[in-house]
Design a protein around this ligand. Structure first.
Ligand SMILES: [Fe+2]
Ligand SMILES: [Fe+2]
Length: 263
């Protein structure tokens, strides 16, 4: 069994020092990896990324992240990724990584993703160049995610994105903005790429739980959605019997674990 701590949309600003570090350090002994689902900063400023870096530096467990749209806002996403990398964070964008957890290999493939909408209410790459560029960006993100999933040699695959792959975890948001919150192309990539669990953020007013058409459990771990400093899920061998609550009756079950006291 592997314990996955996850949160997105922590939106740290220049004055947020000292707010997230205790959460990270409190995971020692309670989780095997911490996944950050983007929107780590407020405005995509390198100074804000320095705050994030200081909070996660020296983390007692591997930290893996994707960036979100807020992290792109200052046109400094590469610098931000570099700052986080310097603090020991593995930043994914169409790439993957494997963490050894007591002999089990946990694979994480990550991409920011993008919008575009869902079945029956989605954009298409037709018409104006801007519309085509919008939808093609989503398709490219999904293709990169599937490539990263396919490239993994591991026992359990997690797909980590900022944007949502399904509408179920958007419930609570206004339906009119669903096309700006995610894309079904991401879910197709997760299904085709053999993901066992999908984690995303971005939809602050959405819902925590859902599933792709192919049965991949999806969790919206945006901080306002989970209502706690981070969620912890158990995956892999034995997860179906170890957790407090089984949420997906399949060999790749994701089980919600209680967060450690104080988190
Ligand atoms: Fe956000
Ligand atoms: Fe976002």
């Amino acid at each position: 069994m592997m314990r996955i701590a996850a949160v997105g949309d922590i939106h740290l600003g220049a004055d947020s020092g000292g707010t997230f570090g205790p959460v990270v350090r409190g995971l020692a002994g309670h989780a095997d990896v911490l996944l950050l689902a983007g929107d780590l900063t407020q405005h995509g400023l390198p100074a804000e990324a320095e705050v994030v870096a200081a909070e996660v530096a020296g983390a007692p467990l591997p930290v893996i992240a994707v960036l979100g749209n807020h992290d792109y806002h200052g046109d400094a996403e590469r610098e931000i990724a570099g700052i986080l990398t310097g603090a020991g964070v593995t930043v994914l964008e169409g790439t993957s990584t494997v963490v050894d957890v007591d002999g089990e290999r946990l694979g994480v493939a990550g991409v920011k993703g993008f919008g575009g909408g869902f079945a029956g209410a989605s954009g298409s790459d037709f018409g104006e160049p801007l519309m085509k560029a919008f939808v093609r960006h989503t398709k490219e993100a999904a293709a990169k995610l599937q490539y990263a999933l396919d490239a993994l040699d591991c026992d359990f695959r997690i797909a980590l994105t900022h944007y949502a792959p399904i509408p179920d975890t958007l419930i609570g948001e206004r339906a009119e903005i669903y096309p700006f919150l995610g894309s079904y192309h991401l879910a197709e990539a997760m299904d085709a790429g053999g993901a066992g669990l999908a984690l995303h953020g971005h939809a602050h007013a959405g819902s925590e739980r859902g599933s792709t058409a192919g049965g991949v459990p999806v969790r919206n771990v945006a901080r306002p959605v989970i209502g706690r400093p981070c969620a912890i899920y158990a995956v892999g061998v034995g997860a179906a019997v170890e957790g407090a609550r089984m949420v997906a009756p399949s060999p790749t079950s994701a089980v919600d674990l209680a967060a450690p006291t104080g988190l």
